[in-house]
Design a protein around this ligand. Structure first.
Ligand SMILES: [Zn+2]
Length: 208
């Protein structure tokens, strides 16, 4: 199975490099033939969506980091009073398309994530397919299975959880705006902005 990893890191130089590399593919997506996305705020060339509302399960690998409250808040934040993307938390892992884990980096690496010393969150996309009406452009993906995780010493557990959950819902890449939750660096003290939400909401509205 193909696997792709999206991480949140502190390395500012890496952010600059990524902005440069992805600037061209960003324009390609904005001018896609069969789907016009007017709310593009990511430095990545793809974005994902779930065909039906996903369920998310959670597991605390470390008893000192209880994730359920943060995950529920993340679900609520992206739902945006019904204007956004609906998803629900389930306690049955077999029912879940998204699986969320919390623990130390070593614990998370132990179950297959790839954390370095500076990563605070990590999302893996296990499998995905192109949307049929994306006119052969690699624009919109539908995920089969996603795992997201947060390590225990994150500077802001809530925003790191909300950030990784955004990736799990389909937000690939990162925001260009340093005050956004989907910005790549530390997430402390940030708020999920309307434009970041709209980046995903428009895809869900047009593709479903
Ligand atoms: Zn990220």
């Amino acid at each position: 199975m193909k696997e792709r990893v999206t991480k949140s890191v502190y390395a500012f130089l890496m952010v600059c490099a990524m902005l440069f590399v992805f600037s061209f593919s960003f324009n390609q997506v904005a001018h896609a033939k069969s789907i016009t996305l007017t709310n593009w705020h990511s430095n990545a060339s793809t974005v994902g969506y779930w065909r039906s509302n996903p369920k998310v399960s959670f597991k605390n690998l470390n008893s000192s980091f209880e994730i359920s409250k943060y995950l529920s808040n993340a679900v609520t934040a992206w739902k945006d009073d019904g204007k956004g993307i609906s998803s629900v938390v389930t306690v049955v892992p077999a029912d879940a398309s998204i699986k969320y884990y919390s623990g130390t980096r070593a614990e998370l690496n132990g179950i297959g994530f790839s954390y370095s010393a500076t990563d605070h969150g990590c999302t893996r996309y296990f499998s995905r397919k192109k949307a049929a009406d994306a006119n052969n452009l690699t624009v919109v993906m539908e995920y089969f299975d996603v795992s997201a995780s947060t390590q225990i010493n994150a500077p802001n557990k809530q925003n790191t959880t909300t950030h990784e959950y955004g990736h799990a819902l389909g937000w690939e890449g990162h925001s260009y705006t340093s005050t956004d939750v989907m910005w790549e660096n530390t997430h402390a003290g940030k708020k999920l902005s309307t434009k970041e939400k709209n980046h995903l909401i428009e895809v869900y509205k047009k593709m479903r």
